[in-house]
Design a binder for this molecule. Structure first.
Ligand SMILES: [Zn+2]
Length: 127
């Protein structure tokens, strides 16, 4: 484990409520290929992924996530698990292993932030 990540983890232990720091730690671990260590860091976040029985890939909802592998195949294609964090929420998803993880995460995060903002705006409208 790199020193930078270790020091981020120590900081996170000291302030577990810092969602922004938690995101940075999770993404740093992921970028370093330490996928097994990402799980516990993401655990306290709200998992927004819905249950899906017939996606062809293992389900990544709150209940199924712990049993899901990091890499899976569907058809002839290889997929790697990834995640996007917005505040205290996390969306787990499968992406083609060949794609750029950082770019895909950035676009999923953008979509997630927009969706959450839209939901919030709707709630305000109703209230
Ligand atoms: Zn599920």
């Amino acid at each position: 484990m790199g020193d930078a990540i270790r020091s981020l983890l120590v900081k996170l232990q000291a302030s577990p409520g810092d969602a922004e720091l938690r995101r940075r730690v999770a993404e740093a671990l992921d970028a370093a290929g330490q996928r097994d260590d990402v799980g516990p860091v993401l655990e306290p976040l709200v998992n927004l992924t819905g249950h899906d029985d017939d996606a062809g890939l293992p389900c990544l909802c709150k209940k199924c996530l712990h049993a899901a592998p990091v890499v899976a195949e569907a058809g002839d294609m290889r997929f790697t698990r990834s995640f996007a964090i917005a505040g205290t929420r996390v969306l787990h998803f499968w992406m083609l292993s060949d794609l750029d993880r950082v770019a895909v995460r950035a676009s999923v995060t953008r979509a997630l932030v927009e969706r959450l903002a839209a939901v919030k705006a709707k709630k305000k409208e109703k209230a």
